[in-house]
Design a protein around this ligand. Structure first.
Ligand code: NAD
Length: 425
């Protein structure tokens, strides 16, 4: 092989791989490391041990409104240090004020969105991809990310038909070992923070109590309904801003957590409610829901801000505030429906709109976490990174799809052309 035909840069390759290639083509390693080659030429020559490379591509989101950078400096650096070749969708960091050059300097390569799908062993994505994009991925490769499988069952079918594996990060189990990969928690936590900031900015009063020469200004009253990850952060944020905070959840195990944040737990006896083995709330009966609405409406009446976070995993969110409650609330108060994208907790709430009913603002904001895109990307990227590195085998340069492992069996929804998760079969 004439060195001038070699155009691919070998200089970053691990010595072991370099040696394999040089043995194959009978060229000394030192010569090889100085010249370049293209993968294509090597493949034609039958000497490119493609399976000895592992590349990950990081794509952005087609929806530019989303924060969508599942790439940040720290994680790219980390993956490259493990010998993983990284390509990324050019401009992916624009939304978080990070230019391509930052990633290039770390050794990653900017490519088109199409190349992200066609040129990597594993494709990381912060949002579901389109059908035509699935066609760009070769069989046997892996798509990993936030794909909202409940609302995208067609995507699962297409991936299955094309023999593309799917890691759905939403299905990382809620066990201690997997906390570092839990995308739902990392994003819900930030969403809870943003919910308070956004709703407080719509009030005509301040949040904390202030003793001023002009009189004592009362603190705002905040009521948080649903105390999961988002609710807890909403309580903590409202407390930090000085509000008086009350909270309710159908899972009474959260009472202690609410109190430990300095808020008051509203007791509503709904009888048997319970939670699933993953800690999720069970659906209430119609009678329980009616009772909840009636008793919590008294708390809504005295609140300046009501933030609803009630969700049911895999099902539409429960409708827990209706118009009769809104009509009893004070003019100027704010109801922020954090479940607006999954069916809505509040009657009349609309995605990305503020609907006013009798002077009460009903607020629905999509993808709240994207309002703090830098932190959302940082957390998301770490979650992805932690999954990848947990199962990446440096020796074989491949992912260990060991279905004995609880994290794999829960988060890998499609493998080898087969839907693995019972819920989607
Ligand atoms: P979620 O987003 O599914 O729901 C939000 C909250 O709404 C939940 O607390 C739920 O109980 C509540 N809710 C449902 N119906 C309601 C109703 N009618 N009225 C009032 N509240 C209602 O929940 P999430 O934030 O994903 O958290 C679910 C659970 O998982 C929590 O117990 C959380 O602490 C736990 N968790 C555990 C881990 C871990 O161990 N690794 C990680 C994250 C979350």
């Amino acid at each position: 092989v004439a060195p001038d035909r070699l155009r691919f840069d070998f200089s970053h390759m691990k010595p072991m791989i370099l040696k394999d290639i040089s043995d194959e083509i009978g060229m000394h390693e030192s010569t090889l490391s100085r010249v370049s080659n293209s993968k294509l030429i090597l493949t034609e020559l039958g000497v490119m041990p493609l399976k000895n490379f592992f590349s990950a591509s990081i794509s952005g989101s087609e929806n530019s409104e989303l924060h969508a950078a599942s790439a940040v400096r720290e994680t790219i650096k980390n993956l490259i240090s493990k010998g993983i070749e990284i390509i990324f969708e050019s401009g992916i960091g624009d939304g978080i004020h990070v230019g391509d050059q930052t990633f290039i300097d770390l050794g990653a390569k900017p490519v088109s969105r199409e190349s992200c799908f066609s040129d990597a062993e594993i494709i990381l994505t912060p949002s579901p991809i389109d059908d035509h994009e699935v066609k760009q991925i070769a069989g046997g490769k892996t798509l990993m990310g936030m794909v909202n499988p409940f609302d995208n069952q067609e995507l699962l079918k297409n991936l299955c038909d094309s023999n593309i594996n799917l890691v759905s990060m939403e299905f990382v189990p809620r066990i201690t070992r997997a906390q570092k990969m839990d995308v739902l928690s990392s994003q819900a936590n930030l969403a809870g923070y943003v919910a308070v900031i956004e709703s407080s900015s719509l009030l005509s009063s301040a949040m904390p109590m202030m003793m001023t020469a002009a009189g004592t200004l009362k603190p705002a009253r905040v009521f948080v309904i649903g105390v999961g990850v988002a609710g807890l952060q909403a309580i903590a944020t409202a407390k930090r801003l000085g509000a008086r905070v009350e909270a309710f959840d159908t899972r009474d195990v959260v009472e202690e957590q609410v109190q430990s944040l300095g808020a008051k737990f509203v007791k509503i006896d709904l009888g048997e409610t319970g939670e699933t083995s993953q800690g999720y709330a069970k659906e209430l009966t119609d009678e329980q829901l009616a009772k909840q609405k009636e008793l919590q409406s008294k708390v809504c009446e005295r609140s300046d801000i009501v933030i609803t976070t009630a969700q049911l995993f895999g099902r539409p969110a429960p409708r827990i505030i209706d118009n009769s409650t809104i009509k009893k609330m004070k003019r100027g108060s704010v109801v922020l429906d954090m479940a607006v994208e999954s069916g809505g907790n509040v009657e009349g709430s609309k995605v990305d709109e503020i609907v006013e009913v009798d002077g009460v603002k009903i607020v629905g904001i999509s993808n709240l976490a994207s309002k703090v895109a830098g932190h959302a990307s940082y957390a998301l990227s770490n979650n992805f990174n932690n999954w990848l590195l947990e199962f990446y085998d440096e020796e074989s340069k491949n992912i260990r799809f060991d279905f004995e492992d609880e994290i794999i069996s829960s988060s890998v929804l499609v493998f080898d052309g087969e839907v693995k998760n019972e819920r989607f079969k």
